[in-house]
Design a protein around this ligand. Structure first.
Ligand code: PMP
Length: 443
């Protein structure tokens, strides 16, 4: 009773009520239209109310809606695992462990990495290294691996004290240098950390190939992941690529790590994997990583009741079919270029725009007080929230992000519309953003 009294008025007060959606538009109870410029939380990657996906969920539910993963396997779960492995396109197979959210996927990745070493008698390898300015999920394990001060600070005492390394943040280089003269010092920082901590204590290094919510889309320089992978291999440390936000076509490649031509040992997927039609995420591990587990304890020590359920896995398959049939990975690449060009045009008339960066249809805009010295606005101003709220009022949905050096302060938004967006709709998105930034200036 008390709960519903507390939650209901608050929710009604804060948000408009969405009642339906179609394509790249969402409509509230008053009929107001919102252009989904961020695919929700970078999730609704093929747009809303796509009949093929709804049909797949309906048909699968009619046949078989739920079985428990420790009692049965199913056609859609097997087919999805096979399909994902083929998409990685590596010399070895990748095994999928299905879960329900990105946080569960990264948490499972952490457990598989630790278990991999345990099966080989290396029980001290328990630490997972990550980067400052990163986000891998909200559960305590995932948060322990996240360099996102804003999300961590209330729970710090509950978290593992995992070390972090320098971010590949060229706009604000942690070494006050630039590519190529830096020699990609941010990748070398991983080696420095390994030497300090001792490789015998480290199970894995986790990174978002392109940083999302913690940094307003940070794209590492060419050569960065090749170096990271080499450092990991030389030190017997697994490399986990967190593709929860970037995977399944979002950045103009099927997986963002493909830009660096590197195969991770473990990879996580979420968000765009079901494009929002059903909760599903995955932890994929290479055959080499799974082998010692299969010959050892034979079971991955993770799992949730709804893991690998037939309805969600059928949706996952249908989404990949849809993306391939409509060539949406290439669409993301090409339309991303178009959107980037248009956004760069906006930077001339809005001095608040410090940097625009990204790949495909995942673009971040970082806002600054001063373009020359790149000074951020004080966090007390709450600029990101103001921009996001005014944009929503204007009928444009953006995804808020931090930027700056600690994953807390700094202002940025992520623009990541459905990959199905048309050029005319891109121009509309940019117009609405232009209006929003003018409103901010005049506020
Ligand atoms: N990893 C990354 C890179 C993410 O962006 C997110 C969510 N923003 C997560 C993990 C956690 O996913 P979820 O919110 O589905 O738990």
């Amino acid at each position: 009773m008390l709960d519903s009294l507390l939650i209901k008025p608050l929710m009604n007060y804060v948000y408009p009520k969405a009642v339906r959606a179609s394509g790249i538009y969402i409509y509230d109870e008053n009929g107001k239209e919102y252009l989904d410029g961020s695919s929700g939380a970078v999730t609704a990657s093929i747009g809303h109310a796509v009949p093929e996906i709804i049909k797949s969920a309906y048909e699968q539910s009619q046949k078989l809606s739920f079985v428990y993963r420790s009692q049965f396997t199913t056609d859609p779960a097997e087919a999805l695992a096979k399909r994902l492995s083929a998409l990685v396109n590596a010399e070895q197979d990748y095994w999928s462990f299905f879960v329900n959210s990105g946080s569960e996927a990264t948490e499972t990745a952490m457990k598989i990495a630790i278990q991999y070493w345990q099966e080989q008698g290396k029980h001290k390898k328990m630490k997972i290294l990550s980067r400052r300015i990163s986000y891998h999920g909200i559960t305590l394990g995932a948060l322990s691996m996240s360099g996102h001060l804003g999300r961590r600070e209330r729970f710090v005492e509950l978290l593992e004290d995992y070390p972090t390394v320098a971010p590949p943040y060229c706009y604000r280089c942690p070494f006050q240098s630039s590519v190529p003269k830096c020699g990609i010092a941010c990748a070398d920082d991983l080696e420095t950390a390994i030497k300090r901590i001792g490789a015998e204590h480290i199970a894995a290094f986790i990174a978002e190939p392109i940083v999302g919510a913690a940094g307003g889309v940070i794209v590492p320089p060419d050569g960065y992941y090749q170096k990271i992978k080499q450092i990991c291999e030389q030190n017997d440390i697994l490399f986990i690529a967190d593709e929860v936000m970037t995977g399944i076509g979002r950045t103009g490649k099927m997986f963002a790590i493909d830009y660096w031509d590197v195969k991770p040992d473990i990879m996580t997927l979420g968000k765009g994997m079901s494009a929002g039609y059903s909760p599903i995420a995955a932890t994929m591990a290479s055959e080499a990583v799974i082998s010692p587990i299969l010959t050892g304890s034979k079971v991955v020590m993770s799992g949730h009741t709804f893991s690998a359920n037939p309805q969600s896995t059928a949706v996952g398959l249908a989404v990949i079919d849809y993306i391939e049939k409509n060539d949406l990975v290439n669409a993301s690449f090409n339309k991303g270029k178009y959107l980037m060009e248009k956004l760069k045009g906006l930077a001339n008339s809005h001095s608040i725009i410090g940097d625009i960066r990204g790949k495909g249809l995942m673009i971040g805009i970082e806002f600054v007080e001063n373009q020359q010295n790149k000074k951020s606005y004080p966090s007390s101003l709450n600029l990101t929230n103001k921009i996001v709220n005014i944009a929503q009022n204007n009928g444009l949905l953006l995804y808020p992000s931090s930027a700056g050096t600690d994953g807390k302060g700094g202002d940025a938004v992520i623009i990541a519309p459905p990959l199905t967006i048309k050029k005319k709709q891109i121009r509309k998105l940019v117009e609405l953003l232009d209006k929003t930034l003018l409103d901010i200036k005049n506020s």
